[in-house]
Design a protein. Structure first.
Length: 389
């Protein structure tokens, strides 16, 4: 079957890597809007059309994130190419089968049965910096041909950088300049990131890892077993594309032990409440949440939870976290990553007195809980409104 696709040089470079028999690992590191995700969607389609009865697995850390991005884009592209057919799409199993028997399956890393299940021929890990090294290993062991990865280099340390040291690995670096289909308006928005923060510009405009050492917190430690808490307060930061972060903060004297309870994108309010019920979040413990979404707070309150508005004075909250001994659970990988990358804003080489709005979902949640504890001195029996701060 012959099809004609409009593509960028990012697709061309990935296609060449697909054809190169000396390569096993193909790592796409790039800026926002570089076309790396769209190009990899096109590549997987071309591979399936040219290789009967092959299996391609497309994975991401969580399925809501995968469904809202790559899964949706893939169906859109198949439709635009006029090769999509509903009869080939198993929406229950999230598998698309081509007329020649080739298949694309979509699953998340919380589906352990599929992670440790049957082998596939080709693998694509979307937003691969979300994956742990152990998850990568499990996928690698069960992939017979090649593995493709894409990511924005927002982490300064990651197993992906070590992977690139291998002789059979190839780096495809791309930026928005590689995407000739971008509008002038979007190009200007990306280039204007230099006026927001140098690190942010490096990551999302140049597709380069941040080199800044202006991290906000440097006193955190890790723990395995925490002492019995005197009080537990949950910090809750709402997101959609960004993760919704629910962080448990156990206070003992002038020390707080924090751990991830929930860190997931693309959750509706009903799904969030369902997760909280399933996780057995105590309806007696205080939850402190971002009051920018009062309708969500009210819905959670009606579900029986003891939820309060956060005090959103950012600098005061950061100072409160700095003033208390803080440890995070060693398995809380997203908290650890945010601690490493949560930084002060830098504009024109001048350090600003505000953080970059990046790697801050868990950081905001922790800040809400710690500042609330400091201001309130413990659990509050009434509903307080700190919207004026």
């Amino acid at each position: 079957m012959e099809i004609s696709i409009e593509h960028t040089n990012v697709f061309t470079r990935n296609f060449e890597a697909l054809e190169d028999t000396s390569l096993r690992f193909v790592v796409n590191q790039g800026s926002t809007r570089s076309s790396k995700t769209y190009s990899l969607c096109q590549l997987m389609i071309v591979y399936c059309l040219n290789n009967p009865n092959k299996l391609v697995s497309i994975v991401r850390k969580s399925f809501p994130s995968l469904r809202a991005t790559v899964y949706r884009d893939m169906i859109d592209i198949l439709t635009e190419l006029k090769i999509y057919s509903d009869k080939y799409h198993n929406k229950t199993e999230n598998i698309y089968t081509f007329p020649n028997g080739a298949k694309m399956e979509f699953f998340s890393l919380d589906d352990s049965q599929k992670v440790r299940g049957r082998k596939r021929d080709l693998l694509w890990c979307n937003e691969a910096n979300e994956l742990s090294f152990e998850e990568f290993n499990q996928l690698n062991f069960r992939t017979s041909e090649k593995l493709f990865f894409d990511f924005n280099p927002s982490d300064t340390e990651h197993w992906l950088y070590d992977l690139l040291e291998k002789e059979n690995a190839n780096l495809i670096h791309s930026t928005y300049k590689d995407n000739s289909f971008l509008s002038k308006h979007l190009v200007k928005e990306i280039e204007d990131l230099i006026n927001v923060d140098q690190d942010y510009y490096n990551i999302y405009a140049l597709g380069l890892p941040s080199k800044s050492n202006h991290v906000i917190y440097n006193h955190q430690k890790t723990f395995d077993l925490a002492p019995e808490p005197q009080e537990t307060i949950y910090g809750l930061d709402f997101g959609y594309q960004h993760p919704t972060a629910l962080i448990k903060c156990d206070f003992t004297d002038n020390e707080v032990f924090v751990s991830e309870v929930l860190y997931e994108s693309y959750l509706t309010t009903d799904e969030l409440i369902e997760r909280m019920n399933r996780l057995n979040i105590s309806k007696r413990d205080t939850i402190v949440a971002d009051y920018a979404r009062p309708e969500i707070i009210e819905q959670i309150r009606r579900a029986g939870y003891n939820i309060h508005n956060a005090i959103k004075n950012v600098k005061e909250g950061i100072d409160a976290v700095k003033s208390i001994a803080i440890s995070y659970h060693f398995e809380s990988k997203n908290i650890a990553r945010e601690f490493r990358n949560y930084k002060w804003k830098v504009i024109n080489d001048k350090l600003q007195d505000e953080p970059v709005k990046l790697h801050d979902d868990a950081m905001d949640s922790i800040r809400y809980a710690v500042l609330y504890k400091k201001k309130m001195g413990g659990s509050a029996g009434d509903i307080y409104d700190f919207g004026y701060l």
